[in-house]
Design a protein around this ligand. Structure first.
Ligand SMILES: Cc1ncc(COP(=O)(O)O)c(C=O)c1O
Length: 326
C-alpha cells in the first residue's frame, strides 16, 4: 500500500506523546509530565479532530451537499480546522470570531477561502454580548436563530455537537492509552467546549476508573469582571464553575472531572515560554495552562512517580502577534 495520502482528512489525529524530560529536571519534578502534541494535526490544533468528525457526521446525516456553506463560531482553532476541511471537501465556510482573537487566525481562515466576521460586526450577536456581559453561549443561541433564516447553510456548532466529544472518545483517548501502554495516572486538559476533557476523559476512565481527570479553567484575574472587564484571557478556554448552568456548553460533561484547576493567563504564558526553552516546543497559552496545572499537581507528595498526561491544544506560531513570547 502506498504511503501517499490523498486528503488532509487522512492526516488528522495520531499525534505523538512527549515526556518533558528537561522541564521535569529543571523544575525538580518527581513525576512524569507527558504531553500530547496536538499541533501535529494538519492545521496545527486539536480542533482538526472535531472539524473532521462534525463535517463527516453531517454528511452521513444528509445535512450537507456540495457548495453548501458551513458556519461556525470559534476562538479560531475550530474555524481554521473546519475551513481547511471544508476547502478540501468543496464546501464554503463562514466563521464568526471573538474580537480579541489573534490576527493570525483571521488570516489563516481567509487563506482557506473562508469568510470571517467579528462578533462585534454582527449587530444581533453584539447586542446579546453587550447585554449579558459576554455570555458566549447566549451569543451562539442568537446566531443560531439568525442563521435558521438562511438557505443552504449548516451551523456546525461545536458547543452543542455530540460529534465533538465523541471523536475524542474514539481517537484522542485511545491514542493516549495505547501510546502510554495503559499507564496513565492523571489526565489534564483545558476546557473550552469541554469536548476534549469529556471525550478523552470518558475513554480513559472506561479503561481505568482510577485515572484522575483534571479540567483546567481560567483563574479569577483572567476572566472579565466589573473591576477588570478586559483582562488578558486564555484563548479558547472558559470557566465552568461559578457560572450559571445555562452558560456551560452541552459538550462538557460536568461529571467527568475529579478536580477543577484554575490557572491565570500569566502563569500559562510563563510556562509556555519555559517549555519552549527547556524542550523546544512552541505552544499556545492554553497548552501552557495545562502544563502549569500538571506541574502543580506533580508537586503534591501523593503524586510522586505518577504519570500525568496533558493535552497541548495548539501551536505557539498562532500567538506570535500577541505578547506571549516577548
Ligand atoms: C487553544 C485552545 N485550547 C483549548 C481549547 C479547549 O478545548 P475543548 O473545546 O475541547 O474543551 C480550545 C477550544 O477552543 C482552544 O482553542
Amino acid at each position: 500500500m502506498s504511503g501517499i495520502k490523498k486528503s488532509i482528512t487522512e492526516l488528522v489525529g495520531k499525534t505523538p506523546l512527549l515526556e518533558l524530560v528537561n522541564y521535569e529536571k529543571q523544575n525538580d519534578i518527581d513525576a512524569e509530565i507527558v504531553v500530547k502534541l496536538e499541533f501535529f494535526n494538519p492545521n496545527q490544533s486539536v480542533k482538526d479532530r472535531i472539524a473532521l468528525s462534525m463535517i463527516e457526521d453531517a454528511e452521513k446525516k444528509g445535512l450537507l451537499k456540495p457548495g453548501d456553506t458551513i458556519v461556525e463560531t470559534t476562538s479560531g482553532n475550530t474555524g481554521i480546522g473546519v475551513a481547511a476541511i471544508a476547502a478540501t471537501k468543496g464546501y464554503k465556510f463562514r466563521v464568526y470570531i471573538q474580537d480579541q482573537v489573534s490576527e493570525e487566525r483571521f488570516k489563516v481562515i481567509k487563506a482557506f477561502g473562508g469568510e470571517t466576521i467579528k462578533f462585534s460586526d454582527e449587530p444581533v450577536v453584539k447586542k446579546i454580548l453587550d447585554e449579558t456581559g459576554g455570555d458566549f453561549v447566549a451569543a451562539v443561541k442568537a446566531l443560531k436563530e439568525l442563521l435558521a433564516k438562511e438557505k443552504d447553510v449548516l451551523f456546525i456548532n461545536q458547543v452543542a455537537n455530540p460529534a465533538n466529544p465523541k471523536v475524542h472518545e474514539e481517537t484522542t483517548g485511545p491514542e493516549i492509552w495505547e501510546d502510554a501502554n495503559g499507564k496513565v495516572d492523571i489526565f489534564v486538559a483545558a476546557v473550552g467546549t469541554g469536548g476534549t476533557v469529556s471525550g478523552a476523559g470518558a475513554y480513559l476512565k472506561s479503561k481505568n476508573p482510577n485515572v484522575k481527570i483534571v479540567a483546567v479553567q481560567p483563574g479569577p484575574n483572567s476572566i472579565p469582571s466589573e473591576a477588570n472587564p478586559t483582562p488578558e484571557e486564555i484563548t479558547g478556554v472558559h470557566p465552568f464553575t461559578g457560572i450559571p448552568e445555562e452558560r456551560i456548553p452541552a459538550t462538557f460533561d460536568k461529571n467527568i472531572y475529579d478536580e477543577a484547576f484554575a490557572v491565570e493567563t500569566e502563569q500559562a504564558n510563563e510556562t509556555a515560554r519555559a517549555v519552549a526553552k527547556s524542550d523546544g516546543i512552541l505552544i499556545g497559552t492554553s497548552s501552557g495552562a495545562a502544563i502549569y496545572a500538571a506541574t502543580q499537581i506533580a508537586r503534591r507528595p501523593e503524586n510522586k512517580g505518577k504519570r500525568i498526561v496533558a493535552i497541548l491544544a495548539d501551536t505557539g506560531l498562532r500567538y506570535l502577534s500577541t505578547g506571549l513570547f516577548e
